[in-house]
Design a protein around this ligand. Structure first.
Ligand code: NAD
Ligand code: WQD
Length: 341
């Protein structure tokens, strides 16, 4: 069985990807320092897959530790999720973001080169497009000046990987540009664990419906969109996880190769549509009000997904309603267990 290193494999997208790797006959090896995740996710993965996860607890920016992992395991490839991801925090603490997000990538690439591990899938983001000139956004759209240090780490990371591929003909890498991942595993055994008050829409919605938050504030309804609220491309996390497996399969046997691929549904939904859809699938009435615009929000962005279909043979299978139903089930399961962190 091919062993795949999954940095940040205990996190939200990483844990779902670990499940899909097992489902496809890979053997994931997780490296995580649990700075934004909980060890309980490991029992969730075991409950779904029956596998006891291989875990190395430590920091991806620690080169000696990472070299030990590479020495210990014979790896066929790596998926690099480990990073900080809070846009606002990155503006306040840029060094923290550059050190972790860029530092971890440099150490990983160094180890991959030293141990001749040649396939890499990198977690990038639609944030690299900023405010797009055209919709849907294709991979050919220009990269705009980053609006946050977080966004800049993704742009720089893509460039670093492209440079490494150019210099080292062995490496084959793809940066997946995720749109807005939401939802949870349909089993409700793993899902998102936001620390403190969530920044993202869907965890805020589910926590509000669960009575943890008083009300949802819709950040502006005076945008130039049909209902005045922002439009995003919300992708079920299980679909996103499956895209990583497809990408690894696509990279196998390639060398000296780099590309970027959007991972979204291809459909945009407004904030009000998300709320209506959530109320429908959950049967809950969501307390909400219209508030001010949130600084930095892009009016609308959704993916052109033809490249993912053409190159990877992947496309989203779940609907927005499926994702919101699964997010709500996960919220209920959490409340039944321990409440939110
Ligand atoms: P997450 O915070 O849930 O998962 C990241 C995991 O990495 C956590 O388990 C954390 O403990 C671990 N980690 C962070 N730094 C580490 C380090 N130095 N060493 C070891 N472990 C470390 O985040 P996520 O939502 O699963 O995001 C995964 C990746 O996808 C990130 O790179 C993120 O930037 C990217 N991304 C996320 C979104 C999103 O909306 N969730 C969108 C686009 C891109
Ligand atoms: C979605 C929509 C808000 C909360 C962020 C990052 C991006 C990527 C994905 C990592 C927006 C609105 C939200 C609330 C609201 N992450 N909203 N009330 O901003 O599209 O993207 O996550 O790479 O880089 O910026 O996601 O979930 O925060 O917001 O009205 O309480 O919901 O204005 O239109 P966003 P989000």
């Amino acid at each position: 069985m091919k062993k795949i290193l999954v940095t940040g494999g205990a996190g939200y997208i990483g844990s779902h990807t670990v499940v899909e790797l097992y489902n496809s006959g890979f053997e994931p090896v997780i490296v995580d320092n649990f700075c934004n995740s909980d060890k309980k996710v490991l029992s969730g993965i075991k409950a779904i897959t029956g596998h006891e996860v291989t875990l190395y607890e430590g920091d991806c920016t620690d080169k000696a530790f990472m070299q030990q992992v590479f020495k210990q395991e014979t790896l066929a490839g790596a998926i690099h999720f480990a990073a900080y991801k809070a846009v606002g925090e990155s503006v306040a603490q840029p060094l923290k973001y550059y050190q972790n997000n860029i530092g971890s990538l440099l150490v990983l690439l160094d180890c991959m080169q030293a141990f001749a591990v040649n396939n890499l899938v990198f977690s990038s983001s639609c944030t690299v497009y900023g405010t797009p000139d055209q919709l849907p956004v294709t991979e050919k759209s220009p990269i705009k000046k980053a609006e946050s240090p977080y966004g800049y780490t993704k742009q720089v990371a893509e460039q670093i990987i492209a440079d490494m591929v150019r210099s080292n003909s062995g490496l084959a890498a793809i940066a997946l540009r995720y749109f807005n991942p939401i939802g949870a595993h349909p089993s409700a055994k793993i899902g998102e664990l936001p620390l403190g008050v969530p920044n993202n829409l869907v965890p805020f919605v589910t926590q509000t419906a669960a009575g943890i938050r008083k009300e949802l504030v819709v950040f502006g309804n005076d945008y130039n969109t049909p209902d005045g609220t922002n439009i995003r491309d919300y992708i079920h996390v299980v679909d996103l996880a499956k895209a990583h497996v497809k990408t690894l399969q696509y990279l196998a046997g390639k060398s000296g190769f780099y590309d970027v691929i959007n991972v979204g549904t291809g459909t945009g939904n407004s904030v009000l549509e998300v709320i209506a859809s959530f109320e429908k699938v959950s049967g809950q009435n969501l307390p909400c009000r219209i508030g001010n615009r949130r600084p930095g929000d892009v009016e609308q962005v959704y993916a052109a997904v033809e490249k993912a279909t053409r190159e990877l043979g992947w496309q989203a299978g779940y609907t927005l309603e499926d994702a919101l139903r699964d997010a709500w089930r996960w919220q209920l399961a959490l409340a039944g267990k321990e409440g939110a962190r």
